[in-house]
Design a protein around this ligand. Structure first.
Ligand SMILES: Cc1ncc(COP(=O)(O)O)c(C=O)c1O
Length: 469
């Protein structure tokens, strides 16, 4: 952020998000604010103006400035510590909803990827052009079986930023994170083995496990993540062969696990000699606490196998991800060769070039603060338009909001109506095999805020109101 007022606004925003400044709370008077931050009155004014324009604070005549919007944020209910067996199969619904999203989603509220305007599209195009010649020269080969060395080296640098020390030998480049997770699941589990996941869970993982004929154990999560006691006891009982989890900006709840919980998971894996899979697809999109890294950073014995990709912060269509692990890379490489040999070479060359161009950290910094702001806007818009009693998540990263409606409402019923008007979202049904989340939905905010977004949320709220019995 270039200007002082923007930096100050960002500080206020961070305090609102961390709940240090609560809804309805008054902000210091302008003069006091200017004194506190040793800036001019004009800069203090600009800061408050900006926060007002973003809809984050309101001015009350004769009274001062107040934090807006989050007043009705109700925390999501804490998880009930139980293991749910499979009650319903959402795979057909998931497929239909993904197809609908491709055809009908005018607004992008169901998107799992960023709009082009928030991606580093220009820099990436330049990198593609710069590497076109090289890609042509290397086009007569499939490339290195583990992926282009230059890209793997760039990944090791990026992993270092995430506090993980790996070498290029420890990395296998994959077609996105989903291929990475699938390969590891096949490697470390067998058909009918039990695989534990956190729910609500990204639907792609549910269907992947179903196709792989693995049994799913769902560990319900609340706003801070899973019940750690429950997780510990499941490890102790040997209740699953592996666990697949995310620690940063989880999809869909958006929580970041605390450093203590990440360490705990790493130590449980070691203690029980259980290989577990960390899906860190959103690892670069945590709003704060970036310094504590993924759980993989705390695993010194090779029990966590790390999977991630560039789909959420750079480009979903490059289809590039990776696995980092101390063990299994040779076996995983052979497994990948048997499926699709290697990854697309022009994509790999351009991605390596982009990562080494050094514009990536600046892109991430800007993206994180943009997303944080967009998520807050979406949050206040939902709370303004949805029925009383609606609860929303308070994400610590990413671009999703999980909405829990009053229990009498079904998100599928809302969806059936809204899809006809080009407003799509992901109904809660698609995030679990338990059938438990019918009153929930996931909304995405993946592009700049505008009237169409506001109108769409308002319309969803109207439909929800009309369905209250
Ligand atoms: C948690 C999670 N893991 C994996 C994926 C798939 O990532 P990729 O597109 O890189 O395969 C997604 C995509 O939405 C996701 O949300």
């Amino acid at each position: 952020m270039a200007f002082k007022y923007q930096q100050l606004a960002q500080q206020v925003l961070a305090e609102i998000n961390a709940d240090k400044l609560k809804a309805g709370e008054s902000l210091p008077a302008l003069r006091k604010f200017a004194r506190q931050h040793q800036v001019s009155l004009a800069t203090a004014n600009q800061t408050y103006d900006w926060l007002q324009q973003q809809g984050l604070i309101v001015a009350k005549a004769q009274s001062g400035f107040y934090v807006k919007g989050q007043g009705n944020v109700l925390p999501l209910a804490a998880p009930t510590p139980k293991i749910v067996s499979i009650q319903h199969d959402p795979s057909d619904i998931i497929f239909d909803i993904l197809q609908n999203a491709l055809t009908f989603d005018r607004i992008g509220l169901s998107n799992g990827f960023l709009d082009e305007t928030l991606r580093p599209s220009v820099a990436l195009q330049r990198a593609l052009k710069r590497n076109a010649k090289l890609a042509n020269i290397t086009a007569n080969s499939y490339g290195h079986t583990q992926g282009e060395l230059k890209l793997r080296q760039a990944i090791t640098e990026l992993m270092r930023e995430r506090l993980c020390l790996v070498t290029a030998e420890d990395v296998l480049v994959t077609n996105g994170c989903l291929e990475a997770v699938n390969l590891v699941v096949e490697q470390i589990t067998d058909v009918n083995d039990r695989v534990a996941i956190f729910t609500p869970c990204f639907s792609g993982l549910l269907t992947a496990l179903q196709y792989a004929n693995r049994k799913i154990i769902e560990i319900p999560c609340g706003p801070q993540g899973p019940d750690m006691q429950l997780l510990t006891s499941l490890f102790e009982k040997g209740a699953f062969k592996t666990l697949i989890f995310s620690a940063i900006a989880t999809n869909p709840l958006g929580f970041n696990l605390s450093q203590q919980h990440k360490k705990h998971i790493a130590s449980l894996a070691k203690q029980h000699k259980t290989y577990i899979i960390e899906d860190d697809t959103f690892g670069s999109l945590g709003y704060g606490d970036q310094e504590s890294g993924p759980a993989y950073a705390y695993d010194h014995d090779g029990y966590i196998i790390y999977c991630s990709s560039f789909s959420k912060d750079i480009a979903p269509n490059m289809r590039l991800g990776w696995i980092a692990a101390e063990q299994f890379i040779p076996q995983l490489t052979r497994r990948k060769i048997s499926k699709n040999v290697t990854c697309n070479m022009p994509s790999q060359l351009a991605m390596a070039d982009y990562l080494l161009s050094e514009s990536y950290p600046a892109h991430l910094r800007k993206l994180r603060s943009t997303l944080q702001l967009l998520v807050m806007k979406l949050q206040s818009s939902i709370l303004e338009h949805f029925p009383a009693g609606t609860r929303v998540s308070q994400p610590q990263g990413g671009f999703f909001i999980w909405v829990a409606l009053p229990h009498s409402l079904s998100a599928m019923d809302i969806y059936q109506q809204s899809v006809k008007e080009g407003i799509c979202f992901m109904p809660g049904h698609t995030f679990s095999m338990s059938g438990e989340y019918d009153h929930c939905l996931r909304l995405s905010v993946t592009r700049k805020w505008d009237d169409n977004l506001e109108k769409a949320i308002k319309r969803l709220g109207c439909i929800a109101h009309s369905l209250i019995k």
